[in-house]
Design a binder for this molecule. Sequence first.
Ligand code: SAM
Length: 353
Amino acid sequence: MITVLRLGHRPQRDKRITTHVALTARNFGAHAILIGTEDRELESGVKSVVERFGGDFTIKTGINWRQTLKNFQGIKVHLSMYGQQLSDALPEIKERGGDVLVIVGAEKVPREVYETADFNVAVGSQPHSEVAALAIFLDRLTGDKWETGEFSGGKLRIIPDGRGKTVITPGKIPNYGECLALLEQENVPDDVIEHVKTVERLATHMGELARRNAYKADADLITAGALLHDIGRGTTQGIKHAAVGAEKLEAMGIDERVVRIVERHIGAGLDREDAKKFGLPVKDYTPETLEEKIVAHADNLISGSGWGGIEAALERARGHGEKEFEKMLVLHKKVGEICALDLDTLRWVVEDG
Ligand code: SAM
């Protein structure tokens, strides 16, 4: 366990830099920060980051730093430009192992700290910043472990990519760009991404028709459900991709209604008997809500990233048995009623839209 002890924090002057010390400590593998001076605002700012972004980092301000230094069981490392060189001290610090208290100052650090510390360590011999010194020290101490550090339990989920980060807020419906970032993160193949974009265009159009026909079809839900329906194909191409995708989205905390759309999009729906036959967790996967029906059927009418139409969908369904054929007919009729037109006239949405 690594704890950072911040000395000499002046609430008015150092608020920003001490926040940076705390967040740097958290990112680079420390578990806690203790700050001599009481500063409620700083404390709640850092706590709110932990709440949103996860992990089990703790902050305490207004602690008795002398007592902390005296009572700490482990290695006390004071970072100071006047210390011994990092590369000289590091092997011994690592060899001793166990808990580490890393001390960084703000204003001038009292002499007794130099005397109480097991190591006074300089990161380079020039004066610079406690944030930089702490980051480099923690990086060297932990190897690159911090890079793979898990910050679980946060309210937000970060998807890094080369062009910037996507922040997903669990419980919310992800927007178009966030859905694409999720697909990329899950290594969904390019042709599948083209396919889901086409399904989204058709499903979105069906949603508009439904609303014109006084049905309450949620446009955001349809977009997210349509774009994410094949997210499981990053893992498996078999029939289990729907259940796998739903499970992944559920673990990410994505809105439950999106998860159900993904789970129930296979053909015209699978019942308990089908689920058993395909080795899926035994439950009913029949699309129930308006949005579930629209996405499942838009998917049925698309072939690859082009129009497939109902005849092709019925033929596929017949290949799985008479029951599947009947279910496909019923779903086609239902979605046709919702949209108040012959769905086979929607080919233009895919080809021109
Ligand atoms: N003037 C203060 C003093 O004499 O103690 C130090 C101010 S400095 C901006 C704040 C903190 O940055 C220091 O207490 C130390 O922890 C850290 N620091 C700055 N330069 C460093 C270096 N070369 N190596 C290690 N730590 C350094």
